[in-house]
Design a protein around this ligand. Structure first.
Ligand code: F6R
Length: 248
């Protein structure tokens, strides 16, 4: 289903409340909630709301395991643009999640061999905890989900990828110049994302309108990786009005 909201804040609160309900439902039956998380501007209000619920409504993250979608490569975790740093700043530092339950792709490995091994182990860890219950996604202007750029196949798994030029241009503001934007990233694959039981994709602002229209109405193709979500049994799209403005 597609849900369209006047403001992204309202939509973000709805997403946060879905996440909270999942965590609470799992806790009641003594299980862990496994969340797939995204970075970037889109989920910030969701994380703000989760932090508020932790503070004001005693929402606990002790039974939460997280897997982030991606990280730049190469990237040290303490650098300003690191997704490790992002997650700590917007969520993990403010809630009671156990550090050992946090998983974010490692951007510091130095050989192709070690990266491949790491990616394989990342997939296995997801499977070992029973798979991701709820994956949240943003969408890039290239149609990427995670950093699965055009050309990514349905079968793709966690791996080292090359960032699309458009994605690097969009990241320029964070890196103070395009030449500083890493050329690569480690990302979950399309098949990794599609394995999660529920998927939430959010997009805000008119800058996303064109790609949102292609993701929803376009035929399924590796040219617009987000179209692969059309295959998923339980995906909800959350848009604000500007992002949904090109939808018929
Ligand atoms: C981030 C990620 C990316 C972003 C996408 C949109 O972990 O996987 O796919 O979700 O690039 O970024 P924003 O939200 O900054 O527009």
């Amino acid at each position: 289903p597609i849900e369209i909201f006047e403001h992204s804040l309202e939509a973000s609160k709805k997403i946060a409340s879905r996440i909270a309900q999942l965590i609470i439902a799992k806790k009641e039956v003594g299980q862990m909630a496994v969340l797939g998380l995204a970075t970037g501007s889109s989920p910030i209000e969701v994380y703000n709301e989760l932090v508020r619920m932790h503070r004001e409504e005693a929402l606990s993250f002790q039974n939460v395991i997280t897997f982030n979608l991606d990280e730049y490569f190469p990237m040290a975790p303490d650098r300003e643009q690191s997704y490790h740093r992002f997650m700590n700043e917007y969520l993990f530092d403010h809630v009671d999640i156990l550090p050992e339950n946090i998983h974010i792709p490692d951007g510091t490995l130095t050989s192709v061999e070690s990266v491949n091994k790491y990616c394989q182990a990342y997939e296995e860890k997801i499977d070992e905890v029973g798979g991701i219950d709820l994956q949240i996604l943003g969408i890039g202007r290239t149609g990427h989900i995670g950093f699965n750029e055009p050309g990514s196949t349905l079968e793709s798994i966690t791996r080292l990828v090359t960032l699309d030029n458009k994605t690097r241009v969009d990241a320029t503001k964070d890196f103070f110049g395009k030449h500083n934007v890493p050329k690569n990233a480690v990302t979950m694959g399309i098949s990794t994302i599609l394995k999660s039981k529920q998927v939430v994709l959010m997009a805000w602002g008119e800058g996303k309108a064109e790609i949102v229209e292609r993701a929803i109405n376009g035929h399924m193709s590796a040219q617009v990786p987000a179209t692969f979500l059309q295959n998923h049994m339980n995906v909800t799209y959350y848009f604000d009005m500007p992002a949904a403005s090109e939808l018929a």
